[in-house]
Design a protein around this ligand. Sequence first.
Ligand code: PBE
Length: 278
Amino acid sequence: GGGNDKEVTVGAKNFTEQFILAKMTEIMLEENDFSVDMADNMGSTALRQALESGEVGVTWEYTGTGLITYNDEEPISEKDEAFEAIQSIDAEQDITWTNPSNIDNTYTLVMREADGEEKGIETISDLADYINENPEEMEFATDAEFGNREDGLPGVEETYGFEFGNSQVNEMSYGLNYEALNNEEVDVAMGHATDSRIEEYNLYNLEDDEQFFPSYHASVSMRTEVYEEYPEIEEILEPLSQELDGETMTGLNYQVDIEDENVDDVARNYLQENGFIE
Ligand code: PBE
């Protein structure tokens, strides 16, 4: 700290995992004499625009989101293949991808265990059959992003051949989807694979038997001018990105979403316990 001129803005979306990753990044960079501004609470598209405009310098982004949502590319399942594809496509837009982690935060469809067992629904194909036989019965909870993204509800419905009626689609802020399902206000909800509420509320992920959802490995995505000015950012974050995986991330999300700990404490404790900071 004090009188340094290495400045960077870290951006984040509007859910816990993003807050934690951004906070860890802030702490790690500050330890290395950066002064860091935070710009969080954005939807995916807003965050991408902020990165493109230069308002934000460094983010954690998901490979599948980069390919499908920002570049209209075909989804890719294999981790390294997806990373290398988005890395080369985004290079042309002055965005540099580094530090692929093993956090695969894919989208998922979730139901209550007991209800799914009763209805005999294990896979998304089972759900499609059920909905086609019982139209307008199943209520669905989603955030606006999943409801509208090509790699979200429209794509799932097209791939599996079913459709929720308009009045069955209940749009709400991300997070409330799990509450609505748990409270039996809806029967199916969208989810993020690393969200701890799935297990905590005895929900389960429907098997994506047509493999519609690709991989979404959290990786650092930054402006190329930031990368070129501060190539050390990649090195500073590398040990962290190597250590983080889906199970670890779900556990950190649990501390915030279920145990009500604050993001700053969770991020700092993790970094200390793993020897990334003192
Ligand atoms: N995801 C799942 C979404 C939200 C979590 C990674 C596909 C995204 O932020 O792009």
